[in-house]
Design a protein around this ligand. Structure first.
Ligand SMILES: Nc1ncnc2c1ncn2[C@@H]1O[C@H](COP(=O)(O)OP(=O)(O)O)[C@@H](O)[C@H]1O
Ligand SMILES: [Mg+2]
Length: 243
């Protein structure tokens, strides 16, 4: 039986503020198969980052089920969750989060330091990850010697250096201009074509159009779940209607 990489079932998340529960995810269900390339869209405040943080094992749901690569992670404690995260997940953020005093290769190799891998192998694997994002000739550069798009590609290389089963990215093009955003989306496309599963958040339709499937959130529920062709049609029709 083929097994989905992600299955969430009636997933809920509430935040508690001043004794009040605010429900941000209101019962979300979907599956993502291995080697899919999915964009998660939705207006600001619709719960995209909350959902991504749960998918990335950075946070736990308050209800429902999350099965990641066959493991029920919804009931795990923080330390177990950290182990799963280190093995299964590569995460790319809008803020690139590179260490300024380290070279590109050293930044990429960092997750391998925590994994206890010897230095020579770390740098070889970092170099290989940099090659996958087209930056193998920049491995000795520091972040301030790279462009915004190159920095984000280094962050992507760092996210894949561990060979995670799932690559997640929350608004990875949010700080980039259009041309650079397209380059970054093409890199994600290549990574997916090489066999990885990619899930990313964007609120830009032009960017989401690069993904093979688009899931739209609104107010903590799924409004639409579309394959690429349907999404392109939907985006076109929507814009032909005057607002
Ligand atoms: N740690 C938190 N504590 C309380 N409320 C939060 C927290 N994180 C997010 N929220 C609220 O949850 C809602 C969804 O936020 P978020 O998932 O960041 O949305 P998006 O990424 O789609 O913009 C927002 O109303 C936000 O204010
Ligand atoms: Mg967000």
């Amino acid at each position: 039986m083929s097994q989905s990489i992600i299955t969430i079932d009636t997933l809920r998340k509430s935040y508690f503020m001043a004794q009040q529960a605010v429900e941000v995810l209101k019962g979300i269900s979907f599956s993502i198969e291995r080697n899919e390339y999915v964009a998660l869209m939705g207006p600001s405040g619709s719960g995209k980052s909350t959902l991504m943080n749960i998918l990335g094992c950075l946070d736990s749901p308050t209800g429902g089920k999350y099965i990641l690569n066959g493991k029920d992670v919804s009931k795990m404690q923080d330390n177990e969750l950290a182990d799963v995260r280190n093995i299964e997940i590569g995460f790319v953020f809008q803020q690139f989060n590179l260490l300024p005093r380290l070279s590109a290769a050293e930044n990429v190799a960092l997750p391998l330091v925590y994994a206890g891998i010897p230095k020579k192998e770390r740098l070889d694997r970092a170099q290989e990850a940099l090659r996958k994002v087209g930056l193998d000739t920049r491995s000795h550069h520091k972040p301030n010697e790279l462009s915004g798009g190159q920095i984000q590609r280094v962050a992507i290389a760092r996210a894949i250096v561990n060979n995670p089963s799932l690559l997640l990215a929350d608004e990875p093009t949010g700080n980039l201009d259009t041309k650079t955003s397209v380059e970054v989306m093409e890199i994600f496309g290549k990574i997916q074509e090489a066999g990885n599963t990619v899930v990313l958040v964007t609120h830009e339709e032009d960017i989401a159009a690069y993904a093979k499937r688009v899931i739209r959130l609104r107010d903590g529920i799924i409004e639409k779940d579309m394959q690429q062709a349907e999404f392109l049609q939907y985006a076109k029709t929507k814009h032909s209607v005057p607002a």
